[in-house]
Design a protein around this ligand. Structure first.
Ligand code: HEC
Ligand code: HEC
Ligand code: HEC
Ligand code: HEC
Ligand code: HEC
Length: 440
């Protein structure tokens, strides 16, 4: 309205001419200025954007550590060579026991960890049937040092390895594989408050924050992005899951949870306490005191509140949420409404390339729920809800199938041992028993 009337006013037009000319002059100057200013603003915005991007990248992937990993985790790890003459004789050995003489705390921890049995019966039992080309791929994670390979590649052939040390091979993933490169000790920066001591024993270690980064673990706990992807995910995808979780932004690495205070325990799903620390389990029963014939609604919920990746992360474990009624002997009344939910990423290896049957694992922050809604059956003494963990679910089936085809092959005894072990490792993570009112 006001614009229209203003336009109609001649004096305004008159005055406007002068103004518009001046404006024009200004516009011209502005035009000259515009390009550089726009470029400047654009560049600042771009820089800001890039900085933000680099920031968020740095908060997630540690690019420097990622770069370090390339050279550090060449597989097989190149031969250490002869130890420097000035090393104390006691510090010249490569076996974990050698290191353990002076580093007893790390040795005790490591000795109870799965890294120390990376050459356990489930692995060693499979090797006799494998060509070195195949077992060498396994070795790149299970026994990665050149000194641990019985055969190495020479030209196009696989030849006996003159440096092969069967004792070192049996030690699995030991201290030297993670800490030694050409005999030089590598380790994390000194922990706060710790004084560097004169290193006459085995030379000054190369201290690098690479040891504190998740990228240190990536080489063996994440398949490369170029390898087989099933339903968009590599078979081993732990690092990627961690990268996409809220933990990198909180500054929490693999080590924060798996090596607290630099302990060498690497506890995971095989450890009940560790697994409990990664989830929050709750139950709800309505009515609180159910009786026979009454309809009861029970829920068992599990939330991933402290696992830095999917719960569980690998395709090998399976976690079962279960609810059922028990009779007087404590046996499940199968007809009475047994409920079960499996948390697992199950692959179909009978097809090529492998397929994914289902993936019901719980991502960080997510939860899963099992519901039982049933009339309490006759003979029920209790409502039972529990979480059952089979850390080696896949391997149990795998070893069993292999042995079913006959046990007349080298390695069969080891695989039988591995099968038994995989069954012994199962455990109840959580359980709750609700007595049935008036059960006889
Ligand atoms: C004869 C004793 C001895 C033996 C054997 C020995 N070390 Fe050490 N090591 C030391 C001493 C002493 C230090 C310095 C003090 C300390 O950090 O505990 C040290 C420091 C280290 C450090 C750096 C720790 C830091 O404080 O930053 C690493 C890593 C290490 N050793 C690894 C190894 C490994 C791996 C082996 C076996 C291959 C080994 N050591 C064998 C005595 C030994
Ligand atoms: C899977 C790789 C791996 C293996 C195997 C391993 N370490 Fe370590 N070690 C590490 C990492 C990673 C750190 C740093 C952890 C951190 O900073 O959170 C470390 C830290 C250390 C430190 C420094 C401790 C400190 O408090 O500053 C010593 C010493 C050490 N390791 C010795 C050993 C010995 C001895 C063995 C064998 C008995 C061993 N390590 C086996 C990865 C490994
Ligand atoms: C990229 C690294 C990597 C490669 C390559 C690899 N593994 Fe493993 N393996 C692991 C990790 C990590 C685990 C522990 C997680 C798990 O239980 O699945 C494991 C666990 C196992 C287990 C169960 C634990 C045990 O000691 O019984 C067996 C058996 C096994 N691997 C055999 C093999 C064989 C055979 C090959 C070669 C065909 C192979 N692996 C190649 C990383 C690797
Ligand atoms: C916030 C803590 C946390 C962080 C960060 C974390 N983890 Fe875990 N991790 C756990 C807990 C808790 C478990 C036991 C429950 C489970 O198995 O998921 C576990 C289990 C595992 C297992 C056992 C196998 C399996 O199928 O679950 C492996 C292997 C593992 N973590 C490796 C890693 C690696 C590698 C990283 C870094 C890329 C990492 N974790 C980061 C807490 C963490
Ligand atoms: C050189 C390869 C290699 C490196 C590096 C490595 N791991 Fe492992 N890790 C393995 C293998 C192989 C196993 C399985 C051993 C077995 O059971 O046979 C394993 C097992 C584990 C487990 C036990 C999982 C379970 O099922 O309970 C955890 C946790 C783990 N690693 C964490 C880490 C963390 C954290 C780092 C980095 C500090 C790391 N690893 C570095 C090869 C490696």
């Amino acid at each position: 309205m006001s614009k229209k009337s203003a336009k109609k006013r001649p004096d305004k037009n008159q005055a406007g001419k002068g103004r518009s000319r001046r404006k024009k002059e200004k516009t011209v100057t502005w035009r000259y200025l515009a390009a550089p200013i726009i470029i400047a603003i654009g560049s600042i915005a771009l820089l800001g954007y890039l900085a933000m991007d680099v920031d968020s990248m740095a908060g997630r992937a540690n690019l420097e550590a990622d770069q370090w990993a390339v050279g550090y985790w060449r597989k097989p790890i190149p031969p250490q060579g002869a130890p420097p003459a000035e090393f104390l004789p006691a510090a010249k050995g490569l076996l974990p026991e050698d290191c353990g003489a002076c580093h007893p705390a790390q040795y005790a921890d490591w000795n109870g960890s799965l890294h120390s049995i990376a050459m356990g019966p489930g692995v060693s039992g499979q090797f006799p049937a494998m060509h070195p080309a195949e077992s060498s791929t396994c070795r790149s994670c299970h026994t990665p040092m050149t000194e641990q390979y019985p055969y190495i590649r020479s030209g196009g052939d696989w030849v006996e390895n003159a440096r092969y040390d069967p004792q070192l091979e049996a030690a699995g993933l030991g201290c030297s594989a993670c800490h030694l490169r050409k005999n030089r000790r590598h380790g994390p920066p000194l922990s706060p408050g710790k004084q560097a001591v004169s290193q006459l024993v085995h030379g000054e270690p190369l201290r690098t924050s690479f040891f504190e980064a998740s990228e240190f673990c990536k080489g063996c706990h994440q398949h490369p992005s170029t390898s087989l992807k099933i339903n968009g995910k590599t078979v081993e995808n732990t690092y990627q899951e961690w990268l996409e979780s809220p933990y990198p932004e909180r500054g929490m690495t693999c080590q924060s949870c798996h090596m607290p205070e630099r302990r060498h325990l690497w506890r995971g799903i095989h450890d009940k306490e560790m697994t409990l620390s990664g989830v929050t389990i709750t139950t709800d029963v309505d009515p609180v005191n159910p009786s026979v014939g009454e309809t009861v609604r029970a829920t068992l919920s599990i939330e991933n509140t402290g696992t830095g990746h999917a719960f569980p992360t690998y395709t090998t474990p399976a976690v079962f949420l279960r609810a059922a009624f028990l009779d007087g002997e404590g046996n499940v009344i199968k007809s009475g409404g047994f409920e079960e939910k499996i948390l697992q990423r199950r692959l179909d290896m009978s097809v090529s390339p492998w397929g994914e049957v289902f993936d019901t694992r719980i991502l960080p922050g997510d939860s899963e729920k099992l519901t039982l809604s049933r009339r309490v059956p006759q003979g029920a003494h209790a409502l039972f809800m529990w979480v059952w963990v089979e850390p080696d679910h896949f391997y149990t089936g795998f070893f069993r199938n292999r042995l079913r085809r006959g046990s007349d092959f080298p390695g069969a005894d080891s695989l039988q041992q591995a099968l038994d072990e995989s069954i012994r490792r199962r455990y109840t993570l959580f359980s709750r028993t609700i007595p049935i009112v008036g059960a006889d």
